[in-house]
Design a protein around this ligand. Structure first.
Ligand code: 13P
Length: 262
């Protein structure tokens, strides 16, 4: 049984006061969820901006809510002004790190090669990478989505040993669906998730590929999550905008088919 995960990527949003308010509202909702609820089995991850991580981590129940960073440095430590290292993140009890988000690829020129190094550093310091992949609208129009995603997966991840690979989470985020209000249909999401799993099977075998959680991201909200999460190869969501609203995020967590949670 694969882990079901809902991760909220706050991106570059929220002042300190706003971050506290989101967490407080979310905590009130979470307290209403009994331990017997099937949804208590969902792994919940919140990825605030670096500057709020420590505060958010101290405000939430860490048994229920895991913390992710949105990026980490490609180097260990030293004279790299403005960067935040994986070891620094670990020292404030960060659990996960999002790597290869399309916004990082596009605006900060992160290549698969750089990301492969970040993956290594994250794993070395005990952070679980959530590795993002996905095609642009032009690439989809040219029917190149599979080729692009295969390249991102192969170049970014396939240097890992099977043991290392088994630790990671993958997020398929079609760039044309991010922040646009246009969600991939459940058919489109399922097709790409199944494709990603087949690429993993070819390299690492079926047991490994069956164990990897693959999240969908891109305008995921409480209205469409149920249909997306019902897809066989969709193991949850990487949620942007909707994760900034506590009630909306809470509803997304409850969008799994209860029988799929054990
Ligand atoms: P939106 O949910 O705002 O489209 O963002 C998705 C995303 O990029 C999550 O990492």
């Amino acid at each position: 049984m694969r882990k079901k995960i809902v991760a909220g990527n706050w991106k570059m949003n929220a002042s300190k006061a706003e971050a506290v308010a989101i967490i407080k509202n979310f905590t009130v909702l979470m307290k209403k969820m009994s331990h017997a609820s099937p949804f208590s089995k969902v792994t919940i991850i919140i990825a605030p901006p670096f500057i709020h991580i420590d505060n958010v981590a101290q405000l939430v129940n860490r048994k229920r809510i895991k913390i992710a960073a949105q990026n980490c440095a490609v180097v260990e430590n030293g004279a790299y002004t403005g960067e935040i290292s994986a070891s620094m993140l670990k020292s404030i009890n960060t659990d996960y790190v999002i790597l290869g988000h399309s916004e990082r690829r596009t605006y900060f020129d992160e290549t698969n090669r750089v990301l492969a190094k970040k993956l290594d550093i994250a794993l070395m310091h005990g952070l679980i990478p959530i590795y993002c992949c996905g095609e642009t609208l032009d690439e989809r129009k040219a029917e190149k989505q599979k080729e692009i995603v295969q390249k991102q997966i192969t170049e970014g991840l396939f240097h890992l040993s099977p043991k290392e690979f088994s630790k990671i989470v993958i997020a398929y985020e079609p760039v044309w669906a991010i922040g646009t209000g246009v969600t991939a249909t459940s058919d489109q999401a399922q097709e790409m998730h199944a494709f990603i799993r087949s690429v993993i099977t070819t390299k690492y075998g079926k047991a490994v590929s069956d164990s990897i959680s693959i999240l969908y991201g891109g305008s995921c909200n409480s209205k469409n999550a149920k249909e997306l999460f019902a897809c066989e190869d969709v193991d949850g969501g990487l949620v942007g905008g909707a994760s900034l609203k506590a009630d909306e995020f809470f509803e997304i967590i409850q969008s799994f088919e209860p029988s799929s949670l054990r």
